[in-house]
Design a protein around this ligand. Structure first.
Ligand SMILES: Nc1nc2c(ncn2[C@@H]2O[C@H](COP(=O)(O)OP(=O)(O)O)[C@@H](O)[C@H]2O)c(=O)[nH]1
Ligand SMILES: [Mg+2]
Length: 192
């Protein structure tokens, strides 16, 4: 499928304030700075749609983007990254609860997409996040992000490693170029 149009829908602090819809939704999970927002912009070819940054903001919001395609439309939920310590413990725990509720109860959620940084080994909080998804039977596949930092050969090795630990599918991605975009869209289309 091809993208026809993409727009920001809204930001919500929790599941309750997310609009109820039948449109298939995919939720982006991963450490802060792994490239989740850039991924959206590259996928839809609009560098200004999702805010990207080297310094993650403090607001913990679910940002929803609606994507019209030549096939079915879908929604991407850009979730705050984990591994960002500069918020208070109370704040962190509150968000944790909201995140879990969203992941467990969002009816139109088709799959989570967990981002792993190609430059690093899988981190402790990546494992924790994945374990939680598995225990709670939340569907998920993985993305090896920022693949432009490593060779194609290394990328295949890394994705095999992620597959070994996490199971499920592992897709490659880089926001520096668009070579992975078509495969990604075709993969999403099959899940919808
Ligand atoms: N080289 C490279 N840099 C990237 C890529 N994706 C994101 N970045 C950079 O990494 C930083 C964090 O990206 P962002 O999308 O905001 O990450 P998020 O916190 O996961 O949403 C920004 O400076 C991006 O320009 C990528 O695929 N390759
Ligand atoms: Mg982001």
């Amino acid at each position: 499928m091809k993208i026809k149009q993409a727009s920001f829908l809204l930001s919500s602090p929790n599941l309750e304030l997310c609009p109820m819809t039948d449109v298939c939704e995919f939720a982006l999970l991963g450490r802060s700075n792994v490239g989740k927002s850039s991924f959206i912009n590259t996928l839809v070819n609009n560098q200004r749609l999702a805010k990207t940054s080297n310094t993650p903001g403090k607001t913990r919001l679910i940002n929803l983007f609606e994507i019209q395609t030549t096939s079915k439309p879908f929604i991407i939920a850009d979730l705050p990254g984990y591994g960002y310590a500069k918020v208070s413990k109370v704040e962190q725990e509150k968000w944790q609860k909201n995140l879990e509720e969203y992941l467990l109860k969002r009816k139109n959620l088709v799959s989570c997409i967990q981002f792993i940084d190609a430059r690093h080994d899988i981190q402790k909080n990546d494992f924790q996040m994945h374990e939680w998804l598995k225990v709670n039977s939340v569907p998920c596949f993985s993305v090896l992000a920022k693949c432009d930092y490593i060779s194609r050969n290394e990328a295949f090795k890394k994705s095999a490693q992620i597959k070994k630990y996490f199971g499920g599918d592992v897709l490659l991605f880089s926001s520096k170029n668009r070579i992975y975009v078509d495969d990604f869209l075709n993969y999403l289309e099959k899940l919808m």
